[in-house]
Design a protein around this ligand. Sequence first.
Ligand code: PMV
Length: 318
Amino acid sequence: MTAASAPGKVILFGEHAVVSGATALGGAIDLRAKVTLQDLPGRILIDANNLTLRGFSFDLITGQVLSAEAAHATRYVSAVLKEYEAKDLRVKVESNLPPAAGLGSSAAIVVATTAALNQHFGLGLSRKEIASDAHRMEKAVQQGLGSPMDTALATFGGYLQISRRVQPLDLPSLEIVVGYTERAHDTRSEVEKVQSLLARYPDLVGPIFQAIGAISSRAVSLIQEQRLEELGEMMNINHGLLEAVGVGTRELSELVYASRGAGSAYGAKLTGAGGGGCMIALPPTGGSAALITALRQAKGTAFSVKTGSEGVRLERDL
Ligand code: PMV
């Protein structure tokens, strides 16, 4: 047996603006997807399980669906198996990342599957190759759109600043509370919507993207120096600018306002493509539990994560 795991991520600042070349900042989180490979001569079997989807099994050879749900994991795992012409395997996916929520679940699955195959079949891929192959495969499944942020964070972990290129940053860990609306989002359609707004109103949306890029750059030293109140203000401004380009929803706003109000957060914003998915909030020191309660009262699923977590790794506890 061979197993590998890779982390999910949060975009702290800069989503959407990064698509047009502005700076964004993201961090790997301590929720992971784990992929285990076991030899299974003559068959390819994918089992997936996670917190938000009930377990299921899908046999790629016989086409037998043992319990239909979670097409998400299967799509990504089968793309990776195809890429490396891997067969005679049982692939088990265990993830505690909700899919299509903006937390990098698909990238974590692609990267963990690639790293596990790399080890199992001695493919000799470097980390850099895992990151770039994974980005290409994720993009192909998602049909074209998508920055390398998710796959790079799943591979390398830590924090990444991304503009025209991807740059690792050495920053301290942050405790962040995630509020999930329980509504899946479609990154591609949100990106298309925002890009169309930019094309129609470049004089308005261009400066918004510039301001978002400036926030991402400013945030680096605020995290470095643990200036959390100002960091919270940056989150609030970034959220307002994302609302301005139309990717907010009522549910996301309710969670953002609950965080800033009853949750006493320093700041809150949506994270990822918007239109559903998740928001993040920065609790005052020792204030995560109260913030989680406030989010749950506002009908969100809430949990606390740490940023700056380790990238893809082989799991040896078998
Ligand atoms: O919601 P996610 O994790 O798919 O993030 C999308 C982030 C965007 O900036 C909107 C698109 C991208 O590829 O960077």
